[in-house]
Design a binder for this molecule. Structure first.
Ligand code: BG6
Length: 277
């Protein structure tokens, strides 16, 4: 079933329910802010203090950071403008009883050209089944090449951050965004303080090991992964977070960030994809 809904303030979203899963996708940002397999607790975390308001990014789910990750392009707002932009619904397709596909798009506008002077089209394909699949295609519709960095900034729900582990990044080059130091990471990532790590040359799946369940993330079109938890002090300072929020989520972001930027020529495209199971 596909339903078109809105919060009391008019903030619109699409609600999908099929035999495998349920999901909610906001038209602002093409933002998946709920996904749960039938009979299971939600896979995605969303803050109880999050705003669902036009012009403000939802805190949780899968923000689309585009055309810049973080402050990779200092002339743009942090994580770019896609997460604040209204996507257009191109199609909803109930492929079968267990699989639904939603396709949204965003293209350049007068406002986007003021921020970023390039003509583009984004096609965001979200497939909801036993797995959550998100593919973001960037098409250069301009006459000059442009460079993008980006992320599918996924907030995963965990039962307890102090016992959660992220696996699959052992021996990968890493930039610690808190100290700006580059080094080779060793072992699983565990959380006992603020973590903001950008991994490069990632070519295999990533595992999130939580006491309740294990999650696997595979990706294509991306060789960088960001692992982030704000911990106590940053969490308390951040918009859309409750004081204790840091305890119940970790972000594992399928990205093209820092050294893994993409140069897209006129008429060409690049797709970044994450499959979460
Ligand atoms: C992560 C960054 O991707 O996003 C962090 O690595 C940042 O440094 C976090 O704090 C959240 O960003 P924002 O803009 O959504 O508050």
């Amino acid at each position: 079933m596909i339903e078109f809904k809105a919060f009391d303030n008019g903030f619109e979203y699409i609600q999908v329910t099929n035999a495998s899963a349920s999901a909610k996708i906001a038209l602002q940002g093409g933002h998946v802010f709920h996904y749960a397999r039938q009979g299971e607790i939600p896979l995605l975390w969303v803050s109880e203090a999050s705003d669902f308001e036009y012009g403000k990014a939802i805190r949780g789910g899968v923000p689309i950071c585009w055309p810049a990750f973080g402050m990779n392009n200092p002339s743009l707002p942090q994580h770019g403008f896609a997460r604040y932009s209204m996507f257009k619904l191109l199609s909803c397709n109930e492929i079968n009883a267990t699989k639904t596909e939603i396709i949204l798009s965003l293209q350049d506008s007068e406002e986007s050209l003021k921020l970023w002077p390039h003509r583009f089209r984004l096609v965001l394909k979200i497939t909801l089944s036993e797995v959550l699949e998100i593919g973001l295609e960037t098409i250069n519709t301009d006459t000059n090449e442009f460079t993008v960095t980006q992320a599918l900034h996924t907030y995963f729900q965990v039962s307890d951050i102090s016992t959660a582990k992220v696996r699959g990044l052992d021996n990968k080059p890493c930039l610690d965004a808190l100290t700006n130091k580059r080094f080779t990471y060793s072992g699983d990532i565990v959380f006992a303080e603020e973590v903001d790590l950008v991994f490069q040359e990632v070519d295999g799946g990533i595992g999130l090991i939580d006491s309740g369940r294990d999650v696997k993330i595979t990706s294509s079109g991306s060789s960088s992964v960001v692992v982030w938890n704000p911990w106590i002090d940053k969490c308390a300072r951040m918009s859309g977070m409750a004081k204790q929020s840091y305890k119940t989520f970790v972000c594992i972001e399928t990205a093209n960030a820092f050294d893994d930027f993409k140069v897209i020529k006129p008429g060409e495209s690049h797709t970044i994809r994450a499959v979460i199971q």
